[in-house]
Design a protein around this ligand. Structure first.
Ligand SMILES: Nc1ncnc2c1ncn2[C@@H]1O[C@H](COP(=O)(O)OP(=O)(O)OP(=O)(O)O)[C@@H](O)[C@H]1O
Length: 366
């Protein structure tokens, strides 16, 4: 286990013609992982998640910046010497070997006795929990994707890594298996308490896996925080719309004299004192009231009913802006709906630079 510090990392790759790309893949990225903490790194394709992971692993060298493990500068240390366990989307197990062989191979390569290798594999299997030992007697190419991923994790754990690096470990699994495997991985991470960097493009997975979430865009980290921090106090409009599913609606508006006039002409009280001028009003699906006379007019496109949640999402547009409204499961079908935000739960952003002018802060659930 270790505390990991990534400080002001810059990484540029050579372009197709050999010229160094003008836009760095990582642009002054800093991140701290506390001992035993899981940080989920999330962002769209190409934002630099894998590059960050590879630099922490030592598989890529940064152009600038430092990586430290427990205060020690490891930037120039080779990957094999960093004590890092890596789990990727393609399981990279040795296919002809049984699970057991995959666990003990490392010790054999290191010239340890067969007895020790067997003992360490057994100990890890016990720690992995019920049913795991049976998997080890099967050839890995006969295991399901989820089972192979568990063996891949065990293969890392057996080496007692200081840090886990996971790059989209479950994205190749079908939806049902993804759900159960992510629960399993999360349990294992909590149980072993190994510091982990977990990369995913799926914000719901990031929220589920991470003690904290690092939201990336175009080679930069936009915000690092707990779910409550990134959801209720986002650093900017990008983070606000990236985290949350379905996403927040963003309506252009004008603040004036303590009131907000939004697209379609609805006038609502401003949630706080705002400078007069154009703003953007952010409203999450759960923060709309329906059927209010002073509301904006939602042109409904379709209703998505989710029986397990006893809820529905009404999808539509207000003056061309996509809006999703959480409603009861028995929400009647209609072509239009009057909607009004709970003004205590809205977000207001600067119209110029995405900065938050007001965020609602965490919900008081209890
Ligand atoms: N070896 C490389 N050579 C040149 N460019 C690269 C190389 N690896 C990554 N890049 C570029 O660097 C940027 C960041 O890539 P990276 O793979 O880190 O992003 P990512 O967020 O992990 O994307 P994805 O989710 O699609 O895997 C991209 O523009 C990518 O094309």
């Amino acid at each position: 286990m270790a505390r990991i510090e990534v400080e002001k990392i810059v990484k540029r790759y050579d372009g197709v013609d050999g010229a160094v790309s003008s836009r760095p893949a990582l642009d002054t990225v800093s991140l701290d992982i506390a001992d035993g903490e899981t940080i989920a790194v999330v962002g769209s394709s190409g934002c630099g998640k894998s590059s960050l992971l590879k630099i922490v692993a030592g598989l890529e060298q940064p152009d600038e910046g430092v990586v430290r493990f427990d205060g020690e500068d490891v930037t120039a240390v080779r990957p094999q010497q960093r004590g890092v366990g890596m789990v990727f989307q393609d399981y990279a197990l040795y296919p002809s070997m049984k699970g057991k062989g995959n666990l003990s191979y490392y010790f054999q390569v290191q010239g340890r006795t067969e007895e020790e290798a067997r003992a360490r594999a057994k100990e890890t299997a016990d720690r992995m929990g019920i049913g795991f030992e049976q998997l080890l007697d099967q050839a890995t190419d006969t295991l399901s994707g989820g089972q192979q991923q568990r063996v891949a994790i065990a293969r890392c754990i057996v080496r007692e890594p200081r840090l886990f690096l996971m790059d989209e470990p479950i994205c190749n699994l079908d939806a049902k298996l993804r759900e159960s495997t992510r629960v399993e991985i999360r349990k294992l991470l909590r149980k072993f308490g190994i510091s982990t960097l977990y990369v995913t493009h799926d914000q719901q997975e990031a929220v589920f896996m991470g003690d904290r979430i690092a939201v990336m865009r175009d080679g930069r980290i936009e915000q690092v925080g707990t779910f409550d921090e990134v959801y209720y106090s986002p650093a900017n409009l990008f983070v606000a719309t990236f985290i949350g599913s379905p996403p927040m609606a963003v309506l252009p508006g004008i603040a004036s004299g303590g009131r907000l006039t939004v697209a379609g002409g609805a006038v609502w009280p401003a949630p706080v004192e705002l400078p007069d001028g154009p703003v953007r009003l952010g409203v999450r699906p759960e923060s709309w009231f329906t059927g209010r006379g002073d509301g904006a007019l939602l042109q409904v496109s379709h209703i998505e009913r989710i029986p397990t949640e006893r809820a529905a999402f009404v999808h539509g547009q207000v003056e061309g802006v996509p809006v999703v409204v959480a409603a009861p499961l028995n929400q009647p079908d209609s072509a239009e709906l009057r909607i009004m935000p709970d003004m205590d739960r809205v977000y207001v952003f600067s119209a110029d630079d995405e900065r938050p002018l007001h965020t609602p802060g965490p919900l008081d659930l209890f």
